[in-house]
Design a protein around this ligand. Structure first.
Ligand SMILES: C[S@@+](CC[C@H](N)C(=O)[O-])C[C@H]1O[C@@H](n2cnc3c(N)ncnc32)[C@H](O)[C@@H]1O
Length: 357
């Protein structure tokens, strides 16, 4: 039966990013079908009108978001919601505490269990498996992302007992082990955006490469590129090597284990047309390293950081420019400065694309 719903209209190219954002806000109406509307645009059905704050957040992160009301076709088979699957198994007052979304890394569901659901986490895990047939493992977050390797602890709450899986993103496949090497499915649009900026003939240095979600698509997109992919975590680099082979780009990706500062100083000084710095918590301490890696004639630096209110993107640009100047170089231009995802209330992961001379 067709049904009227709030419609979020966005360019097709921003489809995945928009779905990630809308899902995280619990806005997507998964009972209705997403539609192709006017040429090059998608209409995503929403459960309700976003609040003013949600609309502002969405518009900040999406270039051409428009809201309207539209008729959508219903999906043929509606999946049971977690709350429906758990009705009768949980005290009714706890149903509203159920996680509204989870991170899916391949067939691993990573959920956040609020303290009041601690005693019921096994039931929640089973319900995730029951309502999402493509999931095989359910892990509960058991701490924050921390340490040099940016890892977090997990607890198995349902399904198979493993932390490794295969993840697909924009036509690339990755071996991932969420217990051994950092990986987030929330940055897919950034991995692809940066990959699309790289031109034939470039040398790229990814200072904090993880399992390769920037390095692999860059090498897959372009035949004549050289990507030096550095990470201090040997397990991450081992997965990166496997991922380069899996995607048949091992000739263009050069995995290197070590501290970015030392590796650049010893092997990658002045080689890069482009440097990627995705270590948001501490990347600002490595801006001099990125400057050292950039060719003497200049290059582009993709800097990821965290921005906490009341800080602004202009503040971030100033801090970055000062660090570049302290390293003896200068920012000619910022070709992009934006929030890429909300990481906590009033906290965003941001990216600056800077032309450094
Ligand atoms: C936030 S993760 C990003 C990984 C990858 N770029 C991605 O998007 O999934 C940061 C990575 O930096 C690595 N790392 C931390 N400190 C480092 C350092 N000093 N030198 C090289 N790698 C480092 C960690 O092991 C981790 O894999």
């Amino acid at each position: 039966m067709p049904k009227e719903a709030v419609c979020l209209k966005i360019p097709k190219a921003e489809g995945q990013k928009t779905l990630d954002l809308a899902n995280r806000l619990g806005l997507t109406d998964k009972t209705l079908q997403i539609q192709s509307c006017s040429q090059g645009f998608l209409c995503i059905p929403l459960k309700r009108e976003p609040t003013e704050k949600e609309q502002t957040d969405l518009k900040r992160q999406l270039t051409e978001a428009q809201f309207s009301v539209q008729v959508f076709a219903e999906k043929r088979q509606r999946e049971k919601t977690l709350s429906e699957a758990l009705a009768g198994k949980l005290p009714p007052q706890l149903l509203s505490s159920l996680p509204r979304a989870f991170d899916a890394v391949g067939d691993i569901a990573i959920v956040e269990i609020p303290p009041e659901l601690e005693a019921y986490k096994g039931a929640v895990g089973e319900a995730v498996l029951q309502t999402h047939k493509n999931m095989q493992v359910v892990l509960a977050k058991a701490g924050k992302v921390s340490g040099t390797f940016r890892l977090r602890d997990f607890e198995f709450i349902a399904g198979k007992h493993r932390t490794s899986t295969m993840y697909k993103e924009y036509g690339c496949s990755y071996y991932v082990d969420v217990a051994k090497a950092y990986f987030s499915p929330r940055l897919g649009h950034e991995h692809q955006r940066v990959a699309e900026l790289v031109e034939e003939g470039e040398t790229v240095v990814d200072l904090f490469a993880g399992v390769g979600p920037f390095a692999v698509p860059i090498a897959k997109n372009r035949k004549n590129v050289k990507v030096y992919a550095v990470d201090i975590n040997a397990d991450a680099v081992q997965l990166l090597e496997k991922n380069a082979r899996l995607n048949r780009v091992e000739g263009r990706v050069h995995p290197m284990v070590g501290d970015a500062r030392q590796v650049v100083s010893e092997k990658l000084s002045g080689v890069a047309d482009r440097v990627i710095m995705n270590l948001p918590e501490t990347a600002s301490a490595f801006i001099d390293v990125a400057c050292k890696a950039v060719k003497p004639c200049g290059g582009v630096v993709h800097f990821y950081g965290f921005m906490r209110a009341p800080e602004t993107l202009e503040d971030q640009k100033k801090l970055f420019s000062k660090a570049v100047a302290d390293a003896g170089r200068r920012v000619e231009d910022f070709t992009c400065a934006k929030a890429v995802r909300e990481t906590a209330p009033y906290e965003y992961q941001i990216v600056l694309d800077a032309v450094v001379r």
